[in-house]
Design a binder for this molecule. Structure first.
Ligand code: FAD
Length: 469
């Protein structure tokens, strides 16, 4: 059934829904649902029809079976930190917020796994396992606010992906409530599994369009004993991006390898009210973090990177060894998403990914697009894995001139990404805002197959209509 046949619930439908909930809540007043109207994209906003907050997996199943019967559109929401409009009911719908399903069920130190409900905040899980000497590496810069369910649903990455991979690489098992309220269990605690099609991996990155993730089992590893961080200022953004690539080619696998440009430097200084070292001269920085157990090995890698940096015209190489210094340094990079809003409350965001060697050319060409259109485009991100965050700043332009400029800047950026063999999203997902790009990149046949999969999982089209495909 196409999504146009979906209905808006009436008061008797809401009464039925409220009766299904034991401890869960149903919110319908404008002031109580207003905060569910947007995510962190700055470009997607719509008041949902209502918000339901289940307090158990059983209640999630009941809500879905109610919605499927309707049929009513359901928009699943984790913590609402997404930047693609995925959790916003843009086409109308009832938001299903999983914020109350926030328990870490177990940390299994024997099998190195953690099992938790989807609403657990990522940093809470990271901290809990680190107290046991274990490590959950995926580290989105939003870790203190985003949820594990949202991370799995989007396939979130983060700074440490260059060495440790993304959320996808850590998902071993999950429980999923299907559109009609049935529940399936996928995977478990096994580290390998060749038993049929991997529905587990299929679910990762489906952004609430195929089912609602109600429990996740994640792989853990031993926590590295040491880490050191390097901050390297440059006059030229290309040099900063090239250094990061050369480091990986030299056989050094940093835990983090990032760069930021001069617009990002301005945003960070304004947001944190402090400057990075050499800020009067630097037009770009590389941030590199090395981790491991052996101090000597880390020392040798630092020296090699210092030598490579000098060859690439670095203004200096600054090492942070103690944890406090390193935290201060990473704060400048980690808070950039928020800092950007201090320069421009409205931002066109892309998180494109290209083969690693193409990053210097990508950023040079995006900067050229910005100059040609007289618009500020900030580039920063995970250069080590080819994932660049492109922030197109509206600043104080009028809405009319901005819309045309944004379309042009975004379309030209995507053309460059395609030419370089890249993809429109490395970690933020497609949601609503990048849907138009998907077919251009993956082709009509692949998109048709995705639609077929959607029809099998969600024949009435109730789950997150208008998102991804
Ligand atoms: C300052 C800042 C920094 C960020 N840094 C990074 C970064 O470094 N790396 C990165 O990858 N992302 C980053 N993000 C983006 C965002 O935090 C991630 O996409 C995160 O995974 C979203 O999680 P959430 O819980 O907020 O999900 P939401 O925004 O609530 O939802 C995102 C999508 O997942 C679906 N969904 C949520 N929970 C479930 C569930 N249980 N079952 C099924 N579908 C579900 C929603 O329907 C929606 O489509 C950043 C965002 C901000 C604001």
């Amino acid at each position: 059934m196409p999504s146009t046949e979906l209905r808006r619930p009436n008061s008797s439908d809401y009464e039925t829904l409220a009766e299904l909930l034991l401890e869960g809540k149903l919110l319908t007043s404008t002031e109580s649902i207003e905060r569910y109207s947007r995510d962190e994209s700055t470009r997607a906003e719509a008041l949902p029809w209502a918000v339901v907050l289940p307090s158990s997996e059983e209640e999630v199943k009941k809500v879905l079976s109610w919605a499927n019967e309707g049929p009513f559109p359901i928009v699943t929401r984790g913590a609402g930190t997404g930047v693609a409009g995925g959790s916003v009911a843009l086409a109308g719908g009832v938001v299903l917020s999983l914020e109350r399903l926030d328990k870490i069920i177990s940390v299994d130190t024997e099998n190195l796994t953690a099992t938790c409900q989807p609403g657990v905040i990522t940093e809470t899980l990271q901290r809990q396992v680190e107290e046991l000497g274990l490590f959950y590496p995926p580290d989105p810069a939003s870790a203190d606010t985003c949820s594990i369910g949202g991370n799995v649903a989007v396939g979130a990455g983060g700074a440490r992906a260059v060495k440790y991979g993304t959320t996808r690489d850590y998902v071993l098992g999950m429980r999923v409530a299907l559109a009609d309220g049935r529940l399936i269990e996928l995977g478990g605690k096994n580290v390998k599994d060749a038993s049929g099609f991997s529905l587990l991996q299929l679910m990762v990155g489906t952004e609430g369009t195929l089912g609602v993730i109600t429990e996740v089992t994640l792989r853990l590893i031993a926590k590295p004993k040491r880490r050191v961080s390097l901050l390297i200022p440059f006059l030229d953004l290309g040099d900063a991006a090239r250094l990061v690539h050369e480091v990986t080619l030299a056989g050094i696998l940093p835990a983090v390898a990032e760069f930021i440009d001069e617009v990002a430097i301005e945003a960070s200084a304004k947001h944190l009210s402090r400057e990075l070292p050499c800020e009067d001269k630097a037009r770009a920085y590389s941030f590199i973090c090395l981790d491991g157990d052996e101090a000597d090995a880390l020392e040798r890698q630092m020296v090699s990177i210092g030598e490579m940096a000098k060859k690439h015209n670095a203004l200096d190489v600054l090492a942070a060894i103690d944890e406090g210094q390193q935290e201060r340094l990473w704060e400048s990079r980690r808070t950039l998403g928020t800092a950007m809003k201090g320069l421009s409350p409205v931002i066109g965001k892309a998180d494109v990914v290209v083969p690693r060697g193409a990053v210097p050319e990508l950023v040079a060409r995006i900067k050229r697009i910005g100059r040609a259109l007289s618009i500020d485009i900030a580039c920063f991100g995970h250069a080590g894995d080819g994932n660049v965050h492109v922030n197109i700043l509206r600043r104080d332009r009028s809405e009319e001139s901005w819309d045309t400029l944004l379309d042009k800047a975004m379309s030209e950026t995507m053309s460059v990404v395609k030419e370089l063999g890249g993809r429109p999203s490395g970690e933020h997902g497609i949601g609503a805002l990048k849907r138009a790009e998907l077919e251009r990149f993956i082709g009509a046949d692949a998109l048709e197959l995705m639609r077929g999969i959607k029809d099998v999982f969600d024949p009435r089209g109730i789950l997150n209509p208008g998102k991804v495909i």
